[in-house]
Design a protein around this ligand. Sequence first.
Ligand code: ATP
Ligand code: MG
Length: 204
Amino acid sequence: MQGYAEVLRLGMEQSEEQRQKYANRTHTKVRFIASLVDDLFELTKLESTELSYERKIGDLAELCRTAAADLYDSFERKGITLDIRIPESPVMLSYHEGLMHRALSNLLTNALKYNKEGAHVWLELVACDEDIVVTVGDDGPGISEPVRETVFEPFVRGDQARRSDGGSGLGLAIARSSVERHAGQIWLDPEAEGTVVHIRLTKT
Ligand code: ATP
Ligand code: MG
């Protein structure tokens, strides 16, 4: 990126086409670094015992609907079906809206990123007496066996993901820390074909 920026700064580009190419690459890299810094900052805050996140009573069903609605167009554009199975009645719970939204968005963004046209993704919310389970699932390629073990650790990425750019391997680590801030659990469904992630939160 420094190289591209330097060429542009010194006016060394050889054509308008090359200028455009270098400007685009610089832009892509800057966006990547900005999002990496944001994610690292978020994870550091989440892992710091000194910071507390205030929770408020709210409707988790509504939050799920919002997280899905935010990405609905992107799923549609990629030709992936997003199936939303959320109760119509409110599911009241004490949670931190920003953290839970972030956790769900990270899971949905993965389902969008790692699946191809024609795939099927679902977001499900099941409320029982004592706890609530939110699931984001897909019928895509799944996560390979050695990666599954550590996928919630920071910077862990699958081989295919590593080949394409635009990710740092912090998404699931942030989702896990966000859920753990609610004394909840997050895990990969071991039986599932594709990738199915469950989040359990207790009501009390
Ligand atoms: P970031 O979220 O920071 O942009 P990332 O998506 O690579 O980067 P994670 O969200 O933590 O990081 O995911 C870790 C790895 O798990 C991914 O690189 C990918 O290999 C695999 N993975 C996650 N979700 C899925 C999914 N739905 N289908 C297939 N592979 C997945
Ligand atoms: Mg991700």
